[in-house]
Design a protein around this ligand. Structure first.
Ligand SMILES: *Cc1c(COP(=O)(O)O)cnc(C)c1O
Length: 428
């Protein structure tokens, strides 16, 4: 795969598409229209496209509700009571976990807070949290307010790691070194698995091993990694993780989040948590009695009964992931993003208009490439959009492009390149 000779030609892109074992999946999605044509949609990092099957999955639950009313909870194989577990096999596959280590619930930021209740337990000696500088704002606010909730000072407790001067991404060695430097006081490493701005995938395994060696816990926000980058959360020994389902997981705007809690915490009675009836022992849930008994594993972190319509949309997408398979998706993703990188480099040359800041090594990235714009600013992005490309602009000066292996093609990437070529003529 590494030796592939990319070519700047439409016939090459067409040949790659013809040989793509996942090519049929593109037709399973609705593409937004721009100027009467299907968009070149490179924005699955922000909101994944709608599967054509989503409507029928939701419709089925609406029909059950119409026909059965409250009996829908327990009637038949697909009773809502059980439907809540349906997402487990696919989620476990996507994040590399056992089924009892994952559960779909709440929203991402809510889950971050709930998991912090269990896994950030500062004391006199251990109170620091290592995170990446420039984390997604919700994560920054979450950390800041969690620290304050414990009566501590965010300035003192939150250690933000920045790339070296002149560099855009963090070196693994620098992360591991920071863990060593702060080891006496380190309670937690809580960072992105895949950084939303730069597209960098952190070495989650190395970080987890180092943090555990110094007695700290480790959690990852996988908003941009789930359904995109290869993950082996169980094997790596990560303590907890959470993600959203509306980015690469195509489950619809604001849809349900997922949670991973490592098996080693499945029955730990010392972990405090904020509980609700849905995390209570299933066999006794409807006894309506006092005394919380958590379910085994990640299920024990559930609070409330989830939105069945939202879960239906989630499942429509997860069924597609199961069919496509993460291995095949990742194989295509490396080729597709490699092609985009090749074409951008060819076109940009030494024009100085832009620079790719996402790591070149496929192991250190998912499908997203982040383009730092040196000349033309947001006009470069507006120019893309006028020509039917949906990417996204992130202040101060980055364009993110995410060709996703499920529904993007090599011809999409080629067409984008021709648009880029035209727009660079204006700004070089
Ligand atoms: C998208 C994203 C969020 C969004 O959080 P919600 O609770 O789903 O609104 C949070 N953190 C990161 C890192 C993200 O990429």
């Amino acid at each position: 795969m590494k030796n592939i000779q990319y070519e700047f030609s439409e016939s090459f892109a067409q040949k790659m598409d013809a040989e793509d074992p996942l090519k049929k999946f593109r037709d399973r999605f609705f593409f937004p229209q721009i100027n009467g044509k299907s968009a070149i949609y490179f924005c699955g990092n922000s909101l994944g496209l709608q599967p054509k099957t989503t409507e029928s999955y939701i419709k089925k639950e609406l029909d059950n509700w119409a026909e059965l009313g409250v009996d829908g909870h327990f009637y038949g194989e697909d009773a809502w009571y059980h439907v809540r577990k349906k997402s487990k096999p696919a989620l476990a596959g996507i994040v590399g976990a056992y089924e009892h280590e994952v559960v779909a619930m709440n929203n991402l930021t809510s889950n971050l807070h709930f998991l912090m209740v269990s896994f950030y337990r500062p004391d006199k000696y251990r109170y620091k949290i290592i995170t990446e500088a420039g984390a997604f704002p919700s994560d920054m606010y979450m950390l800041e307010t969690q620290v304050k909730f414990h009566g501590l000072d965010p300035e003192e407790c939150i250690v933000e790691l920045s790339p070296r001067p002149g560099e855009y991404t963090l070196r693994t060695d620098d992360i591991l070194n920071a863990i060593e430097v702060h080891k006496e006081n380190l309670a937690l490493v809580m960072m992105a698995g895949l950084q939303y701005y730069t597209g960098q995938v952190f070495d989650m395994q190395a970080i987890t091993v180092s943090a555990h060696q110094v007695g700290a816990r480790v959690g990852f926000d996988l908003a941009h990694a789930a359904g995109n980058a290869p993950l082996k959360l169980h094997e790596w020994g990560v303590d907890f993780a959470t993600w959203c389902s509306y980015k690469y997981l195509n489950s619809g705007p604001g849809n349900i989040s997922g949670v991973f809690v490592h098996e080693r915490h499945a029955e730990n009675p010392d972990l405090p948590r904020f509980a609700g009836w849905w995390g209570h022992d299933e066999g006794e849930r409807f006894r309506m009695e006092k005394g919380f008994k958590p379910m085994y594993g990640a299920d024990g972190w559930q609070l409330a009964n989830s939105n069945i319509l939202a879960l239906a949309a989630h499942q429509a997408s997860l069924d597609i992931f199961e069919e496509a398979g993460m291995k095949r998706l990742r194989a295509k993703s490396e080729l597709l993003t490699g092609y985009l990188e090749f074409l951008i480099q060819e076109i940009n040359g030494d024009s100085g208009v832009l620079e790719i800041i996402t790591p070149t090594n496929p192991a250190e990235r998912g499908c997203q490439l982040s383009l730092l714009i040196h000349k033309g600013g947001k006009f470069v992005f507006d120019e893309f959009y006028q020509n039917g490309v949906v990417g996204d602009w992130r202040n101060p000066n980055v364009i993110r492009l995410a060709p996703t292996p499920l529904y993007n093609s090599f011809v999409d990437v080629f067409h984008f390149a021709t648009i880029l070529e035209q727009s660079l003529l204006k700004f070089a």
